[in-house]
Design a protein around this ligand. Structure first.
Ligand SMILES: NC(=O)c1ccc[n+]([C@@H]2O[C@H](COP(=O)([O-])OP(=O)(O)OC[C@H]3O[C@@H](n4cnc5c(N)ncnc54)[C@H](OP(=O)(O)O)[C@@H]3O)[C@@H](O)[C@H]2O)c1
Length: 286
């Protein structure tokens, strides 16, 4: 267990700006309780200019680490002592782990997504291809996850094509290429997995990142995974289900990335159901 001194109070943080609406405090409070550890998790609004000082404060005894969210996920990279392979490849850190005065940067979004896909019953088949919608930090984690999964080719489709191009070019995987394309150029019949990693649909029940006409070209076994979880049923998910396709929202990923961060901080393997239940029906509007 990565607990510096079992008698000392344990602390973990979220550094973000804004931070007030995060669902992470309730998940980690439930996890500390379930693990039988007396610990606190506090969401702190940290403006970009104060990230260095906030990270330095994590080196104190009793501090387990922190989650990072917008706008710090990329900016933190050069400020940490070492990085996991996932954090380096994705170019973003969402979890900082404090061990003996050193700060280790990791990214639990990609393994969190993989665990959520597994829970959703995603049945990977050799030769399959994936589509990632979006070109921000979440899309980078999604592309990385799709490559780990073994997808033969990953298509990046984004509202601003130049950003999709830049993302695709930054993943050197010649054997399993990452390509930017407009939706019209994607071979939809070959696609087994569509991941919405754009913020289209977030707090916008009628907004979708993808015209339903493209969903209609997907094979029947394809899974549509929407990282958005507010609302719980996005327009993309509703369109996919209306076509008989399987669709899931991003709550599972949110819960799993938290579970994985908590395990790194404390060594405690708390079941994902604890994190899911902590999100509660009231936390995320239906
Ligand atoms: N479930 C989870 O655990 C989890 C984890 C991480 C992120 N997320 C979610 O993933 C989403 C993206 O996060 P991020 O950090 O990558 O954000 P980001 O860096 O701000 O990127 C946003 C992306 O969404 C695209 N976009 C925004 N509005 C759009 C619209 N109306 N139509 C089409 N595309 C649109 C942007 O396109 P342009 O390039 O054209 O601006 C950009 O590619 C957010 O909704 C976030 O909540 C969920």
């Amino acid at each position: 267990m990565n607990v510096p001194d079992a008698a000392a109070p344990l602390h973990a943080y979220l550094f973000a700006d804004p931070a007030a609406h995060s669902l992470s405090p309730r998940m980690h409070a439930a996890a500390f309780h379930a693990a039988g550890l007396g610990g606190t998790y506090e969401a702190r609004r940290v403006p970009a200019a104060e990230l260095g000082a906030a990270l330095a404060s994590l080196r104190a005894p009793g501090v387990l680490g922190a989650n990072l969210s917008l706008p710090h996920k990329e900016a933190a990279l050069p400020l940490l002592d070492d990085l996991s392979a996932a954090a380096r490849a994705i170019g973003a850190v969402n979890t900082v782990v404090h061990r003996d005065g050193r700060l280790h940067g990791d990214n639990t979004d990609a393994p969190g997504l993989l665990a959520a896909l597994d829970d959703a019953g995603f049945d990977w088949t050799p030769g399959a291809q994936a589509v990632v919608l979006g070109a921000g930090g979440a899309a980078r984690a999604a592309v990385y996850a799709a490559l780990v999964l073994g997808e033969q080719k990953v298509w990046v489709v984004n509202r601003t094509p130049a950003r999709a191009q830049a993302l695709a070019q930054s993943f050197p995987a010649p054997d399993r290429p990452v390509a930017a394309a407009p939706a019209a150029d994607v071979p939809w019949a070959e696609i087994s997995l569509v991941i919405n990693a754009s913020s289209a649909g977030l707090d916008a029940p009628d907004q979708t990142p993808l015209d339903a006409a493209f969903l209609a070209r997907l094979p029947a076994h394809a899974l549509v995974y929407d990282m958005v979880y507010k609302p719980r049923d996005t327009r993309l998910m509703r369109d996919a289900r209306a076509l008989g396709l399987k669709a899931e929202n991003g709550l599972g990923m949110l819960a799993h990335q938290a579970r994985l961060a908590f395990a790194q901080w404390t060594g405690a393997e708390v079941p994902v159901s604890v994190f899911v239940e902590a999100l509660g029906a009231d936390g995320v509007p239906a």
